[in-house]
Design a protein around this ligand. Sequence first.
Ligand code: HEM
Length: 152
Amino acid sequence: MDKQISISRSLVWLSFLSLSLLFSVMLLGVYISSSHQGLSCPDWPLCPNGFNLPPPEYFFEHVHRTLVIVTGILIFVTTLYSIKRNVKNVKKPAIIACILVIIQILMGMLVVNSKLHAILVAIHLSTGILLFSALLMTFLFSYRNIKKSILF
Ligand code: HEM
């Protein structure tokens, strides 16, 4: 029972951290879009400065992309952990989130390469919302598992 609670606790923290980072990535994305900075960084996956400090012209784009790398790794770790520990109800939404984050990164490439084609930007936003929902379910199921383990 103690082991189950500790696995669920780790999953709650991993998914909560991923969710918070994802929220920041989305917030930055909407800011970039509404302030017309979407074309400030023409390369993919990173901006021309790579991992160095960005110049002010594409500061927000740089942060959007580097945060995506950290968020993607965390989502991947959350999924691997839920598979390794075979946490049945958490595994499904975590795998969906993992697949969606890969699609979203590829969508980011299409958004940049198409110079912000409206349909692709709309799909990028919608996939971001789907990804957020899958990760929120991962978090909620992990949290419910702790409650269940404490009650029974
Ligand atoms: C977890 C991955 C990602 C998420 C959740 C995400 C989310 C978002 C969101 C919500 C927006 C705002 C869209 C709008 O308001 O219409 C946005 C904009 C944008 N994203 Fe991402 N994004 C991700 C990855 C990437 C990647 C990897 C790239 C490119 C390398 C990228 C490039 C862009 C660009 C260029 C915009 C601005 C679009 C515009 O100006 O209309 N994104 N992103």
